[in-house]
Design a protein around this ligand. Structure first.
Ligand code: INI
Length: 152
């Protein structure tokens, strides 16, 4: 059996980060986690592009434009949707999940670093707290998938 896997070698890969400004304290930790993880794996600073959008609702449209631009090999989308804070949680969280469509439609992998939590504290835990940093995890997934796609 032939096994094909992506590596985490970021050298030469161009990565876009799209981050929601809503809950900016949390999302800036996700951005820090994602960008340091990418640099740690060899992505050059010049190959990193960060776009800020107002909220997670806006992540898919900007991620799609970036993916279609041909300027990036992968995108990492970062946001924090907290149920306690919004009555339209389901709409915002649902729209953020449309990021999967962006990846399949464009062929550009999208790391899903959007927290959907019940409380602010749970979001903190996943943005560099006791449950790790979801931004870093999404960045790793985007990197590995971009590398794998190059092998196929
Ligand atoms: N955007 C978020 O990223 N997280 C949230 O928790 C949130 N809440 O609570 O409403 C949120 N709302 C803003 C939304 O993403 C859009 O920016 C806004 O509706 C304008 O289109």
């Amino acid at each position: 059996m032939r096994t094909i896997e992506g590596s985490l070698d970021g050298a030469g890969l161009r990565i876009g980060l799209v981050a929601a400004r809503f809950n900016e304290r949390i999302t800036s930790w996700l951005v820090d986690g994602a960008s340091s993880e990418l640099r740690r794996h060899g992505v050059a600073d010049d190959d990193l592009t960060l776009c800020w959008v107002p909220g997670s609702w806006e992540l898919p449209v900007v991620t799609r434009r970036l993916a279609e631009s041909g300027r990036v090999d992968a995108v990492v989308a970062l946001g924090a949707v907290i149920r306690g804070q919004t009555s339209h949680f389901d709409y915002v969280a649902g729209e953020a999940a449309a990021l999967g469509r962006v990846a399949t439609d464009t062929g550009v992998p999208v790391g899903f670093g959007v927290l959907t939590t019940e409380t602010y504290e749970q979001a903190v835990d996943r943005a560099g707290g006791k449950r790790g940093n979801n931004g870093a995890e999404a960045a790793r997934a985007a990197l590995e998938t971009a590398r794998l796609l190059r092998e196929l």
